[in-house]
Design a protein around this ligand. Structure first.
Ligand code: GSH
Length: 201
């Protein structure tokens, strides 16, 4: 299998991390989807990452579907195969944060193509997304003790992904609430290959 991804995409990070956790055999093709590389255009009409090319030529797109596939191909008894309602709750909250952050970055790109320019940020929709991030992080913090220190599954990967994408795109943001329990959990688990090898850059 070959996974097309960019090093910045939180969607691609989910797919990549889940394939690592599944013990899947795959290669990486690191690319910039916005540059329309031939292999991505040929495989995915949406021209987005992640895009997974299976050994039989089947093309799988959309991060959550690839994550679901990773759980299916994981060995019997894998932690990826059993996810509890509270783990879904945590993962859903984390994705609310991640998607809000992506929304603001795409808004900036539409307005000026300069991701560091903040003109878009004062738009009411952007303000709503900022509130999603601050409230989402605040509400995730007391759930930190539900995160595993032994198995990185959908909840753990989604939480690390959300916080690290926020920190990557909005470094030293003064609106980022204090999340000491989540930050401590991340520090304890930063060495896990599925987290360590997928950090945004
Ligand atoms: N719903 C898609 C979103 C994927 C997505 O938006 N990927 C971005 C990178 S973060 C991308 O490839 N953007 C290029 C474009 O929109 O043309 C998923 O879950 O995989």
């Amino acid at each position: 299998m070959k996974l097309m991804k960019s090093t910045t995409s939180p969607y691609a990070r989910l797919a990549h991390a889940m394939l690592i956790e599944a013990g899947a055999d795959f290669e990486l093709d690191i690319l910039n989807p916005w540059a329309d590389p031939d292999q991505l255009v040929a495989a995915n009409p949406a021209r987005r990452v992640p895009t997974l090319i299976m050994d039989d030529g089947t093309v799988m797109t959309e991060a959550m579907l690839i994550a679901d596939h990773a759980a299916k191909i994981a060995p019997e008894g894998s932690h990826l195969k059993s996810i509890s309602p509270v783990q879904y709750e945590i993962a859903g909250r984390a994705w609310g944060i991640t998607e809000a952050a992506v929304h603001i970055i795409i808004g900036r790109k539409i307005v000026s193509d300069d991701l560091a320019a903040t003109e878009y940020d004062s738009h009411p929709v952007a303000q709503r997304r900022y509130a999603s991030m601050t409230n989402g992080l605040t509400q995730l913090e007391p759930m930190a003790d539900h995160l595993s220190d032994t198995h990185m599954g959908m909840a753990e990967i989604s939480v690390a992904n959300a916080i690290e994408y926020v920190d990557f795109r909005f470094p030293e943001a003064d609106w980022r609430p204090a999340i000491p329990a989540l930050d401590a959990w991340r520090a304890r688990n930063a060495h896990r290959p599925s987290l360590r090898d997928t950090v945004p850059s």
